[in-house]
Design a protein around this ligand. Structure first.
Ligand code: NAI
Ligand code: MG
Length: 374
């Protein structure tokens, strides 16, 4: 295990910089109080990078991202950049990072903090204590497969005369690598993986099931593996989500299932994510951590942004890049504590829901909770 932990911070645009400032406080706390050595570099992405260099991500920044243990990203975009040429848009900076780092496993946890259980669209008793992780294959599948397109189709009886085509195509290698990610993650959690596909109606689903089983039998026999059809998985996620630990699924099903699971826990301001790629020379995966939310131009500069999604993204970095599940749990417990104490940013107060605290007050409170528990 490596004893230096290198981080590249890319705050990006809008509230990205505001929430990232709170993450920096948390990083400093772990450095000062837990003897963790971090080397932290800051750089630009998105509109901020465009303003500085005329590109949403410079080659220098790209090279740094390839070299560090973890990239922490805030958010990109904003109305100021809406009229830019497609190739210069802030989103292209993020897409370039994902593509060139080949981040094929997208991790979306759904974690329900007890104090916010009433925010869920489901009953408190169904979601309280929920802690699941959806691993979505991100770089292949039906969003990328060939052939694709819209063509003329003048076959008899086809009103309108056209056909739309997309192809689901997964190689065994693509399935095995994301399965390995899921099993590795499960080992750092509750040691259970449920793989979802539609092997009953799709050949790519049959291969998916066989290859996930192969990786299990040959490399991770001690992790509990189950298989489920994705439509049943959708039902089980809303019926009894706590039955799952890690769910691994393809790009399309993962897109839908992860958004559905996110809403089990409530606010956009609470949702972290990670995207992981192949293991580097030090054994750690290439990794980018970011909140699910965007740059929120409607509240930028007002101190209203909830920094918890970004702080929980850093907790994921502690667990999955820095092998410090203990520190990750400590940070999650501090978040749980401030919420239990009734502290809320504006997004969590609801209409007429009392006094909200600011972005920096929330960050300070989380750091104070870390110190008082320590
Ligand atoms: P958004 O996620 O930025 O905001 C949606 C709504 O949620 C807004 O009302 C916002 O105020 C609120 N919100 C979001 N994060 C919050 C937080 N941490 N605390 C409190 N409230 C929060 O999505 P929207 O409005 O569709 O997009 C705004 C910009 O962000 C666009 O330029 C879009 O392209 C970009 N975007 C960037 C993403 C990224 O960097 N990964 C993801 C989604 C959107
Ligand atoms: Mg989606």
């Amino acid at each position: 295990m490596s004893d230096t932990n290198s981080i590249l911070i890319l705050p990006g645009d809008g509230i990205g910089a505001e929430v990232m400032a709170e993450v920096v406080k948390v990083i400093d706390w772990f450095q000062d109080n837990r003897g963790m050595a971090f080397t932290v570099d800051h750089d630009l992405v998105g509109g901020a990078a465009y303003d500085a260099h005329g590109k949403p991500l410079s080659d220098e920044t790209m090279a740094k991202a390839q070299a560090v243990d973890a990239v922490l990203l805030g958010a990109v975009g904003g109305p100021k950049y809406d009229d830019l040429d497609f190739s210069l848009k802030p989103e292209r900076g993020l897409l370039r990072l994902r593509k060139e780092m080949d981040l094929y496993a997208n991790l979306r946890p759904a974690q329900c903090f007890d104090a916010l259980a009433d925010f869920s669209s489901l009953k408190r008793e169904v979601v309280a204590g929920l802690d699941i992780l959806i691993v979505r294959e991100l770089t292949s599948g039906i969003y990328f497969g060939q052939p694709r397109g819209i063509e003329d189709d003048t076959s008899e009886g086809n009103e309108g005369g056209r056909v739309g085509i997309n192809t689901q195509r997964y190689t065994s290698g693509e399935i095995r690598r994301v399965a390995r990610s899921a099993f590795e993650l499960a080992k750092k959690r509750d040691n259970r993986v449920c793989s979802m596909e539609k092997a009953n109606v799709m050949e790519s689903g049959i291969l998916w099931r066989q290859e996930v089983q192969w990786v299990h039998d040959n490399e991770y026999p001690d992790v509990e593996l189950s298989h489920m059809y994705a439509d049943n998985g959708a039902m089980q996620l809303v019926r009894n989500p706590r039955q799952f630990d890690v769910i691994v699924t393809d790009n399309l099903f993962g897109d839908i299932l992860s958004d559905a699971a996110a809403m089990l826990t409530g606010s956009l301001g609470m949702l972290p994510s990670a995207s992981l790629g192949a293991p580097m020379a030090n054994g750690r995966p290439k990794a980018l951590y970011e909140p699910v939310h965007g740059s929120a131009p409607d509240i930028t500069g007002q101190g209203k942004a909830n920094p918890i999604a970004c702080i929980l993204s850093f907790a994921m970095a502690l667990r999955y890049s820095f092998d410090r599940g203990d520190a990750a749990s400590e940070l999650e417990a501090a978040v749980e504590k401030v919420l239990a104490d009734g502290l809320r940013t504006a997004d969590l107060t609801g209409p007429g829901g009392g006094d909200a605290i600011s972005t920096s007050q929330m960050g300070d409170s989380i750091v104070a909770a870390l110190s008082s528990a320590a």
